[in-house]
Design a protein around this ligand. Structure first.
Ligand code: IPE
Ligand code: IPE
Ligand code: MG
Length: 244
């Protein structure tokens, strides 16, 4: 199917993706895991381009979790090196395509070179008005929620907030995703059917889509397939079908 065939149906404003399966992709080919990560870059380009083309406004990619720090040092180092070089090489294309880059996660825990490149790229693309591409780096949802609670509590202690004003809407402003709508669609590749500490608050009513495709093999068609699947779902938000 082409993007034409989905243009009349509702397009999710925000799509989140757990890009999984790089290691298995490499292993199937008798290669080192890092080869899988390297081959996971092109699908990112394809998905960013397709998302922008079909009118998705926010694309959030889970690239490195808090838990991923516990992987062998060689793999973590290779991922950080790859990250720094990809950000540097891609920023001009992102900018040309009017994409605004943003990051969520514990950014100060990343190597300083990565932090610097991220900061530059986010600043450089900061006023772009097309797709917002958010990378979740050194991110975990429980970390995010605890951080939000700490910030909220500090504001209460400093009398900037009142405990009685604590609502879903005021709390949301303290999350890393403060200015984004919740994802309507979450895609996970590689056949795993779990959330792995990703956007626990924001995914409360998200449609989940799991595919066996390993991330390095994921492409435009797979992304469109996920959107078409999403468009066939009935989102009831607790109501009955008849009420919609
Ligand atoms: C996803 O692929 C990339 C990261 C988590 C950084 P994996 O590296 O988890 O690949 P598998 O799950 O081992 O195949
Ligand atoms: C989730 O993948 C994190 C990212 C894709 C960045 P993992 O491969 O780390 O997840 P688990 O540990 O298998 O659940
Ligand atoms: Mg994995």
């Amino acid at each position: 199917m082409t993007d034409q065939s989905i243009s009349t149906s509702p397009i999710p404003q925000h799509v989140a993706i757990i890009m999984d399966g790089n290691g298995r992709w490499a292993k199937q080919r008798g290669e080192q895991r890092v080869k899988g990560h390297q081959n996971g870059v092109q699908p990112i380009r394809d998905v960013v381009e397709t998302a922008a083309k079909v009118g998705v406004k926010y694309l959030t990619l889970y690239a490195f979790s808090t838990e991923n720090w516990t992987r062998p040092k060689d793999e973590v180092d290779a991922l950080m090196t790859l990250l720094a070089s990809v950000i540097e090489s891609e920023v001009s294309t992102l900018h040309k395509n009017n994409v605004r880059l943003s990051v969520i996660g514990d950014i100060p825990s990343l190597p300083s070179e990565v932090q610097m490149k991220l900061q530059e790229a986010c600043k450089f693309t900061g006023t772009n008005t097309g797709l917002t591409l958010t990378l979740a780096l050194s991110y975990s949802a429980r970390w995010e929620i605890l951080e939000a609670i700490k910030k909220y509590t500090t504001d209460i202690l400093n009398k900037k907030r009142d405990i009685h004003d604590l609502t879903e809407n005021t709390f949301k402003q303290y999350l890393e995703t403060a200015n984004m709508p919740d994802p309507e669609l979450m895609i996970r590749t590689s056949g795993e059917q779990r959330i792995s500490n990703f956007l626990l608050w924001q995914l409360a009513y998200t449609e989940l889509y799991f595919t066996e495709v390993l991330w390095p093999d994921f492409g435009e068609k797979d992304f469109i397939d996920a959107i078409i699947d999403f468009q066939q779902r009935e989102r009831r938000f607790g109501k009955t079908s008849e009420q919609l």
